[in-house]
Ligand binder design. Structure first.
Ligand code: FE2
Length: 357
């Protein structure tokens, strides 16, 4: 790895980081971009970003490069970074340490505070193994310090955005719970469907973003039932044609409600298409095969699995094993066989999620 040589290089790195972090509000992406630049530019073995946890008032690691993934949670304890962070919080000044400290086994390191409004809100620490024998200079420290100033703003924005999103997810979840609560037999239905949809998506190796969205789509899939009268929704006996027609409008009503606040196509499609069938005999649009979105197909299985395994006024729920058999039986008619396979994989890998006890 080549270390920087000129001012021009430094400017280049700062511009690159600035471009990456300002184009994303995703906290993981921002963190990764920062760590990668710090690590590659200073040719270090390890880099770690810490952020101040509001509750504990401790600096906790939110991302690291160069470590084994399972080491992240134990980073502060294993490597004695708590002490270094405490020094940073106290002095607010960057540190360069080239001699080996007894409380820090990794070797030479630079630690810089992330400062916002005169307060330390995090830290960026890069270090080299003893083997590498590299010494850090004051120029390295200044570079990292400049980097950290940019980082602090981007990180705070990302954190604010995350808080906003979390708040939104909580609102959505309570809205869904309120809908389920109208009918004692569907209590907790939306949350379970959401968890099942996430499990199937995981078995399909979907992206983190897809999984985030399908979680919301699962929570909201029946939100349209808000527009259906109680006497139809919780009717004990069989539904007449008019009532059935009304119930079947809920995916479209739901789409309309959600569209006011969410523009994510995946969530909209998940809600609208969760009662479509692979053979085209579903509703509201009778879409067939490839015309149905992946999200619609996933939620359809999650929804059916929960309906089968929970008690209804007119029948008792079946066991988890029977529900799996029923869904597998419907591969190619009601459900897409590819998604049914993923569902089976998920059941065998994560039986607890599917309530196999
Ligand atoms: Fe539904």
């Amino acid at each position: 790895m080549k270390r920087y040589r000129h001012e021009k290089d430094i400017l280049q790195v700062l511009l690159e980081v600035s471009r990456k972090v300002s184009s994303s509000l995703d906290i993981d992406q921002v963190t990764r971009a920062i760590l990668q630049q710090a690590k590659s530019f200073l040719a270090t073995d390890y880099s770690t970003l810490f952020i101040l946890d509001d509750r504990s008032r401790q600096l906790i690691p939110i991302g690291a490069l160069g470590f084994k993934s399972n080491q992240l949670e134990n980073l502060t304890i294993l490597l004695g970074w708590e002490k270094i962070n405490a020094e940073l919080v106290k002095t607010g000044r960057a540190m360069v340490v080239n001699e080996t400290r007894s409380d820090f086994p990794l070797g030479a390191f630079i630690a810089v505070p992330l400062i916002k409004k005169n307060k330390v809100i995090g830290s960026l620490i890069v270090c080299n193994s003893k083997k590498a024998g590299t010494r850090f200079t004051d120029a390295d420290k200044h570079l990292l310090y400049t980097l950290s100033n940019q980082v602090a703003v981007a990180l705070l924005n990302a954190q604010l955005y995350k808080n906003l999103k979390d708040q939104y997810v909580r609102t959505v979840a309570s809205l869904a719970a309120a809908i389920d609560a109208r009918d004692p037999y569907t209590h907790g239905h939306s949350e379970r469907v959401s968890a099942y949809a996430v499990a199937i998506s995981t078995a399909l190796s979907c992206t983190v973003r897809f999984i985030e969205n399908i979680k919301l789509a699962g929570l909201l899939h029946d939100v349209g039932k808000i527009g259906i009268r109680d006497n139809v929704l919780s009717k004990d006996g069989a539904l007449n044609d008019d009532e059935l027609k009304k119930i079947r409008e809920h995916p479209v009503i739901g789409t309309r409600i959600v569209h006011e606040v969410i523009s994510t196509p995946l969530i909209i499609r998940g809600i609208r298409e969760h009662h479509e069938r692979f053979d085209g005999k579903g509703y509201p649009h009778g879409l067939k095969g490839k015309k149905i979105s992946l999200e619609g197909k996933i939620i359809a299985i999650a929804d059916t699995y929960d309906s089968l395994t929970t008690d209804r006024p007119y029948r008792r729920g079946v066991s988890a094993k029977e529900a799996v058999m029923e869904i597998v039986h419907c591969a190619g008619t009601q459900f897409d066989p590819v998604i049914v396979h993923a569902f089976e994989r998920s059941v065998s890998r994560m039986p607890d999620v599917w309530r196999f006890v």
